[in-house]
Design a protein around this ligand. Structure first.
Ligand code: SF4
Ligand code: SF4
Length: 75
């Protein structure tokens, strides 16, 4: 599993991440960031899951997206 984070203050709302993500993880926020852009936020729909393909990280021109691998908890 992966955790996706968007730095909303870096985002310029180009929406490339929305187009490229096969899991449809992103959506446009109704709110503005400090630069006046509708920043991208994670769509919290529980059925959506990041595959860790990193397409969004590579494509984002403003380096606003980071993904982290969520280590499985062993019991
Ligand atoms: S690709 Fe980056 S700058 Fe463009 S909308 Fe997505 S997060 Fe924002
Ligand atoms: S790493 Fe891949 S699946 Fe995950 S949010 Fe980015 S583009 Fe979507």
């Amino acid at each position: 599993m992966f955790i996706v984070k968007v730095n909303k203050e870096k985002c310029k709302s180009c929406r490339l991440c929305i187009d490229v993500c096969p899991s449809k993880m992103f959506r446009v926020s109704e709110n503005f960031n400090k630069m006046g852009y509708h920043y991208i936020e994670i769509d919290r729909n529980a059925e959506k899951e990041c595959s860790g393909c990193r397409r969004c990280v590579i494509l984002c021109p403003d380096v606003a997206i980071e993904i982290y691998k969520k280590e499985e908890i062993k019991s």
